[in-house]
Design a binder for this molecule. Structure first.
Ligand SMILES: [Zn+2]
Length: 483
């Protein structure tokens, strides 16, 4: 097969690949590489563009062998044109896996590749979708078609590993840049670290996968580190990334995947660059990290399969923390971080308070089911978006119910303040929604439905206003199976 050029190569690195060119490239590979490749439309963007997933796998030898293969989902450019390099690197990967030097990986891996997760953002030269929403903050509400498509794809393909590929500008014009500094890193990785994610998954990711990944990237000549959240001030403490279900990686982790975030840097736009916005260099960094990841996954294939299969999807936790927060590291309360002076471009070590320890709190004993007694249409809709199975009770029934009395009001922070607890046997009228906790939903339901959770829908105004002040919440936990 003759070497096919990616859209970026075809245009000589003069601009990013367009969403239309990406569709064309994926269609071409799906047709010439069948049956190793199959193209699935997993949804449509806010402006109606197709969101495509290219599935790459070889089931020719033994149709049952697929069960032993590692399923890997790779997601590029959730942040559209603002972070375009992940998509471009995934187009390289597709070629390498289907017609090039990485085809041997299909003996052990199956890929689900979504190179252009935000096609509107790519066309609008934006990080947001066609509704001007940041998709990677929408995995609680799932109000946007792009986040719905990714979340549903995780459920449908059941990947064991998920990679979410991002970039970050080293010049934060409105924050750290004003203090005269640029950030200085070459590659950083975070793991899904919401403390409600299965402990086995989090431990494996932190103690096995992450160190190996960082070494593998460094062996390729890039300085790599565990992710440090955007530094906007030299006075702030440093932490890792988001600890809520709003972000794709945490949602995928709660759905039982080993989920990883990759971020590589973008040099200031105003610098002279050999290619359009330095895309060749940016893509090379993403491509290097991608190859390092695949190498590590290949070496760790068996333990990852064992960890993911043993635990996350088939166990029902008994207690679970609703929240996590970053706290000061007891053993090393300060950290030296290297920044670059904006004027001289010299490196400088700056001392930061180190808040990279994660504390889990608000532990909840898990019920057998959640009952929704009011606003049923709203919640039926929410459950449907998250693909959470539920039934509508056709008869009245009795059960031991537990809920809280909240302050209510307009602002989420105040409205979600607990005033009192409530626990009693009650008779419920027909029409209530009943969602039982199953291994695949047990971690999602409490986070979504408990106003004390920072990942709860009640943190958003349209749900906050449904909380009736000083009354037991209409969403209750049920502790037995009296139906
Ligand atoms: Zn991003």
């Amino acid at each position: 097969m003759k070497r096919i050029k990616t859209p970026l190569e075809q245009n000589g690195f003069q601009r990013y690949s367009s969403s239309g060119e990406i569709v064309h490239y994926l269609r071409m590979f799906a047709s010439i590489a069948a049956p190793l490749a199959r193209l699935d439309c997993i949804g449509h963007s806010a402006q109606g563009r197709e969101i495509l997933a290219l599935y790459c796998g070889d089931r020719s030898k033994d149709p049952h062998a697929a069960q032993q293969k590692l399923r890997i989902m790779l997601v590029g450019s959730q942040h559209g044109a603002s972070e375009a390099a992940g998509c471009e690197a995934l187009l390289y990967l597709i070629r390498a896996v289907l017609s090039g030097e990485l085809q041997c990986l299909l003996e052990d891996f199956e890929f689900m590749i979504v190179p252009n997760a935000n096609p509107d953002g790519r066309e609008r030269d934006s990080s947001k979708n066609g509704n001007d929403v940041n998709i990677n903050r929408d995995f609680v509400l799932l109000s946007q078609p792009e986040s719905c498509a990714l979340d549903t794809a995780v459920l449908r393909y059941q990947p064991m590993v998920v990679l979410d590929m991002h970039e970050s500008a080293v010049l934060k014009r409105k924050t750290l840049g004003l203090e005269g500094y640029l950030t200085d890193f070459e590659a950083q990785f975070d793991i899904a670290c919401h403390p409600a994610i299965s402990e086995n998954l989090r431990n494996y990711a932190e103690s096995q996968l992450l160190p190996a990944l960082i070494s593998a990237v460094e062996a390729r000549g890039l300085r790599a580190q565990r992710y440090i959240r955007e530094i906007t001030s030299t006075k702030q403490p440093i932490t890792h990334g988001d600890l809520t279900m709003r972000t794709f990686r945490n949602k995928a982790g709660l759905r039982g995947a080993l989920a990883i975030l990759l971020e590589t840097p973008m040099e200031p736009k105003a610098d002279p660059h050999p290619t359009f916005r330095n895309i060749a260099v940016r893509m090379e960094k993403q491509w290097n990290c991608l190859q390092a990841l695949l190498r590590v996954l290949h070496l760790q294939c068996q333990p990852i399969l064992a960890t993911v299969m043993r635990d996350a999807r088939f166990s029902l936790p008994r207690i679970m923390p609703l929240n996590g927060s970053y706290v000061r590291r007891a053993e090393s309360p300060q950290a030296l971080i290297t920044l670059r002076r904006r004027d001289t471009r010299q490196l400088e070590s700056i001392q930061f308070a180190d808040h990279r320890a994660i504390a889990a709190h608000d532990f909840l004993q898990l019920p057998s089911a959640y009952i929704v007694q009011a606003h049923k249409d709203v919640f039926a809709d929410l459950f449907a978006r998250h693909r959470i199975p539920f039934t509508t009770m056709t008869e009245s029934f009795e059960g031991l119910l537990e809920s809280e009395v909240f302050a209510g009001g307009d602002t989420p922070e105040y409205a979600c303040t607990v005033l009192d607890g409530y626990r009693e046997r009650a008779v419920l009228a027909p029409g209530s929604l009943y969602a039982s906790l199953r291994p695949d939903t047990a971690r999602l339901l409490p986070l979504l439905l408990d106003p004390r959770s920072s990942s709860s829908v009640f943190q958003y105004p349209q749900f906050t206003q449904l909380i009736a002040a000083r009354q037991p919440l209409f969403v209750a936990r049920m502790f037995d199976q009296d139906r």
